[in-house]
Design a protein around this ligand. Structure first.
Ligand code: T4K
Length: 369
């Protein structure tokens, strides 16, 4: 039996020789960070690839969230989802904003628009939903509520690189959208991230905020931070952009195989592609109904681990269950029944561009009894 460990993901790496050539260029130029040539080229290339008008690249995917809240001067309370990576809520806390958790829609995994209005108070200034697993939220309904109450919308689109709805980038929704280019993402720059905005003025504001608030050599116009991407990772990112479509297609084929094999397994559910959506197959979550499947989620998770198959329980526990946030009134499980159910039943199966047919068969055999 092949006992090779199968990890939940594997980073998309550029060709080392090509990367080396670009490193030589950086070494020759001696310009290694602060809006260098590759930084500019990557922003341009990403705008084209993602079909968005303006982008500002960052050193990771958490600082764009923190900076977006600064850029839009968000204060008070923000309505957000507990079903995400903890960085989503941390970004609010770092801005002195109180997170208000609301429940999710089990059809998308994102905020349920029908639960948002009841959470709005006079202190609410924004909504921060997440396109979890790259599945688009119900954006039109969320925007309608935001417009009605005069709220900002910041999408944590860390998982939604390249996702389109009816040919339009999902990153154009809301006031701002953030991306993560972490090694575990569909598209990576080792560590990295970005903010997508609608206009040049906002790009200028965000470019300044990520560079200490500098507007020219001797002027500081805002209390900025340092969250710039360096030239080495920008060059890496340019190379990875050339192969990201092939990687997404390889992931698509993995999803096709999983769906075919798991569709009739009693007690296992998963999502199919949404009509009109270009998915990126960043994750492949399955949900286990213990009564029907005959085993709990954790029993299956640990059984897979024993066989060297390292899926992950993204996103368990809910952010609202961490001791840091548990005390908030909105964190009570009674307020979050769908999110609680999903967090307690999910396993993200291994999903990346290098999974072989043998790997996929091993994973399927571990699940199909
Ligand atoms: N918003 C959302 C919705 C997010 O999901 C995230 C990050 C953020 C914001 C913040 O973005 P960043 O600031 O991170 O750019 C991972 C990632 O570290 C994190 O980026 C990601 N979300 C989260 C969902 O997953 P861990 O703690 O699960 O990572 P780790 O180190 O256990 O890696 C997972 C697996 O990936 C490993 O078992 C093997 C594989 N791997 C990982 C790394 C780092 C590799 O094969 N090579 C590698 O270099 O958090």
């Amino acid at each position: 039996m092949n006992n090779k460990t199968i990890l939940v993901t594997s980073p998309l790496l550029p060709d080392l020789d090509e990367f080396n050539q670009l490193l030589h260029e950086i070494w020759d130029s001696k310009w290694v960070t602060n809006n260098g040539t590759f930084h500019k080229q990557l922003e341009q290339a990403l705008c084209e690839y993602l079909k968005v008008p303006y982008i500002s690249i960052f050193t990771n995917g958490t600082l764009p969230l923190i900076t977006a809240l600064q850029a839009l001067r968000v204060t008070g309370e923000v309505i957000t989802t507990p079903y995400s990576f903890v960085a989503t809520t941390h970004a609010l806390w770092w801005n002195g904003i109180r997170p208000v958790f609301t429940d999710i829609d089990p059809a998308t995994g994102g905020l349920d628009p029908e639960r948002i209005e009841e959470a709005i108070t006079p202190r609410t200034t924004a909504i921060m939903p997440v396109h979890v697993y790259g599945k688009p939220c119900r954006t039109a309904e969320i925007q309608a509520i935001a417009d009605k109450y005069g709220l900002k919308v910041i999408y944590d689109a860390a998982h939604a690189f390249g996702v389109e709805v009816n040919g339009e980038s999902v990153l154009k929704e809301g006031d701002l959208s953030t991306l993560s280019f972490h090694a575990t993402k569909v598209y990576n720059t080792l560590e990295g991230g970005a903010l997508v905005m609608h206009d040049e003025k906002m790009k200028q504001r965000i470019d300044r905020l990520k560079n200490f608030g500098f507007a020219g050599e001797t002027e500081v116009v805002a209390p900025g931070i340092n969250s710039k991407m360096d030239e080495v990772r920008a060059a890496y990112g340019l190379l990875n952009l050339r192969q990201v479509d092939a990687a997404i297609e390889a992931r698509h084929q993995v999803a096709v195989s999983y769906r075919a094999a798991l569709r009739d397994v009693e007690g296992i559910t998963f999502w199919d592609d949404m009509p009109g959506v270009r998915h990126n197959y960043s994750y492949f979550p399955i949900f286990i109904d213990a009564d029907r499947y005959g085993m709990t989620r954790d029993e299956l998770y640990f059984k897979m681990r024993e066989q060297g198959i390292l899926g992950r329980r993204y996103f368990y526990p809910l952010i609202s269950e961490f001791s840091t946030y548990r005390g908030l009134p909105s964190a009570h499980p009674d307020n979050l029944p769908q999110a609680t159910r999903m967090a307690n039943s999910v396993i993200c199966l291994p999903m990346h561009h290098e999974l072989t047919e043998a790997d996929i068969n091993r994973i399927i055999q571990a699940i199909v009894k």
